[in-house]
Ligand binder design. Structure first.
Ligand code: AMP
Ligand code: MN
Ligand code: MN
Ligand code: MN
Length: 290
């Protein structure tokens, strides 16, 4: 029985652990096949790959691309990508540039709103990886502006709040093209988090498939049976491959720890059925364990 976790973050974006530590924690939790999928970055993959080789687990190179679709942010995970692909790396570089500009704007707004030292703190983060809203949230917690990250999002970082800056990420079609160019499989990440109407969800998936998208994340960290059931229906209806990933960021987030996942429903075709892993064997849906 192989255990898969195909959605995780490191310090290359908004994860708390560095790429080697993510791999170590995955190993500790019995993960056999791990994808590192940092936001708009493949920077952590080389270190993660080396750690995975040492510890004897399979590392799937991945990325989570930020997309703006019908004015909303949608995340597309790319799995089994070649990080050296220029189409992908140049594309990600453009998003990284957008992030640098947004970081500057958000930090200035927050300083004006009374958050001291935020510009300098984010400059420090930028030295390790992409700066995200999560980094702002963690900093504001340390400054006593809220008691937890979620509260910071509500008070400061969501639309209409003092630290919100609207950004235009890349287009859905473009993200899928980059991932395809890099030899990877595109996955619609955590579909239930977008709160789309049924009509809009259908439109998103149809477009995604038209562009060459192949998979949907059916199981993710902290999702309940209802969400799994809804996602299962979507996967079946659109004949999409099914992915499963914790969306791990922080060992303190108990609801989304690496390797802690519900089972992928056995009637679905797992995204990993496409990959010859380890010995070259193919694996069945029911090989995932919670
Ligand atoms: P960004 O891509 O910089 O806008 O940051 C998005 C990241 O912020 C997501 O990947 C999550 O990790 C985190 N995030 C978004 N909304 C929330 C929320 N309400 N509470 C906690 N974390 C959130
Ligand atoms: Mn994140
Ligand atoms: Mn995401
Ligand atoms: Mn994620």
């Amino acid at each position: 029985m192989l255990k898969f976790d195909l959605h995780t973050h490191s310090t290359a974006s908004d994860g708390v652990l560095n790429p080697a530590q993510v791999v170590e924690r995955a190993k500790m939790h019995g993960v056999d096949v791990l994808a590192l999928t940092d936001h708009d970055s493949t920077q952590g993959i080389e270190v993660a790959q080396n750690a995975a080789n040492e510890l004897g687990l399979t590392l799937i190179p991945g990325v989570e691309v930020s997309v703006t679709w019908e004015k909303q942010t949608i995340h597309i995970v790319g799995l089994n990508i070649d990080p050296a692909c220029l189409v992908l790396s140049e594309g990600l570089k453009a998003i990284q540039e957008t992030r640098i500009q947004r970081t500057q704007q958000v930090a200035e707004r927050l300083e004006k709103a009374g958050v001291a030292g935020v510009i300098d703190a984010m400059a420090e983060v930028a030295a390790t990886g992409n700066v995200t809203r999560t980094h702002f949230a963690r900093y504001l917690v340390t400054q006593g502006k809220a008691s937890n990250v979620r509260e910071v999002f509500e008070r400061y970082l969501q639309p209409g709040k003092p630290g919100y800056v609207s950004v235009e990420w890349t287009q859905l079609e473009t993200a899928v093209q980059w991932i395809k160019a890099a030899g990877g499989i595109s996955v619609i990440a955590h579909p239930s988090r977008y709160r789309l109407s049924a009509t809009k969800m259908r439109r998103l998936i149809s477009e995604f498939i038209d562009y060459g998208g192949l998979a949907i994340e059916v199981v993710h960290g902290g999702c309940g049976d209802n969400v799994i059931e809804q996602n299962t229906q979507l996967a079946k209806r659109y004949n999409l491959l099914a992915s499963a990933g914790s969306d791990f960021h922080d060992p303190n987030d108990r609801w989304a720890d690496v390797g802690k996942l519900r089972q992928l429903p056995s009637q679905l075709t797992p995204v990993w059925s496409q990959w010859p892993i380890g010995t070259g064997a193919m694996y069945e849906a029911d090989t995932i364990v919670a």
